[in-house]
Design a protein around this ligand. Sequence first.
Ligand SMILES: NC(=O)c1ccc[n+]([C@@H]2O[C@H](COP(=O)([O-])OP(=O)(O)OC[C@H]3O[C@@H](n4cnc5c(N)ncnc54)[C@H](O)[C@@H]3O)[C@@H](O)[C@H]2O)c1
Length: 358
Amino acid sequence: MNRYRIATIPGDGIGNEVVPAAQQVLERAGSHFGITLEWNELEWSCEYYARTGRMMPANGLDTLAEHDQIFLGAVGYPGVPDHVSLWGLLIPIRRAFRQYVNLRPVTLLPGIDSPLRAVPEGGIDFVVVRENNEGEYSEVGGRMYRGTPDELAVQEAVFTRRGIERVMRYAFDLAGRRAGRLASATKSNGIIHSMPFWDEIFRELGSEHPGVETSEYHIDALAALFVLDPARFDVVVASNLFGDILTDLGAAIIGSIGIAPSANLNPEGDFPSMFEPVHGSAPDIAGTGRANPLGQVWAGAMMLEHLGHADAADAVMGAVSHVLAETGVRTPDLGGTASTSEVTDELLTALETEVADR
Ligand SMILES: NC(=O)c1ccc[n+]([C@@H]2O[C@H](COP(=O)([O-])OP(=O)(O)OC[C@H]3O[C@@H](n4cnc5c(N)ncnc54)[C@H](O)[C@@H]3O)[C@@H](O)[C@H]2O)c1
């Protein structure tokens, strides 16, 4: 029996709706593949912050380190500034556990119409590898002369050779296992120190990987190509901020931000990795029972795969594809009328068929 201890942080808003939905699906898949998931639910959230003044306890990272993986919903809620929720929880976890790869698949699933015109089934299928530990998300900087006409803010981006190399090596390896094409997001025309450095390292590593076809795009042109010609991409490697923005666009072209998953990986397995949907806590629909659980479920499938259970992950994704393509049961963000729990029930039924067919 494979037994895993999973720290669960549903967080805020719809995180509390989609995490339990995904847990049901993962448990059901686990029961068929000899996997036991022991969930340890942690109440860390903006509500917890309002009570305690912290997003997580002072020893929160030590607590998380006792688990195999982390399964997170979303944090953020009106009344708590977004930089507090992000820097009080997500960013410390990503950094302390060296989750330097943020893997975000952008795949048009069967049965979903892209908002782009005339995208055939399978016409969007790429992965964004976002650098997750440094870059533009840096606490180096400061504010001066607050409240005076001279007030100013300085924010430094931090790019290290070690940080760039490790995420790019991951992206080259991934491209080598996929269609063999790797695109790099740059902006070396305008950002004249860090981005030429990024480009130099990309070219160095490119010469070590002759089997991977490389290309480089300025981020603005790359964003346009995600819309105009998404089939061109296989793997895209990007800095922290560029990857973040690109993957919201990626989520939009695959039909809804409610579907898109994200894995914060410590590839070496020295620390737990963290799996979450791309979307946030969606305060506008929280509590209405209409949140799409598929992004959280897909993130869960990525967790199963990372744990070494590709068969269980495939069964979960098979159930997702079946529900989308065959049943018409979908939440309002995808043009349907179903609730979170109705979609979850369909997934559980579809999973039985998926498993029986294997
Ligand atoms: N990783 C995270 O925890 C994370 C990520 C992004 C935003 N946030 C936080 O979430 C809060 C809201 O941010 P936002 O509004 O910019 O982004 P959001 O992703 O929460 O919502 C954007 C839009 O997409 C819709 N949406 C999102 N997920 C959906 C789902 N599963 N099903 C159906 N519709 C869905 C929402 O209703 C909203 O209209 C903020 O506090 C922000 O900081 C957290």
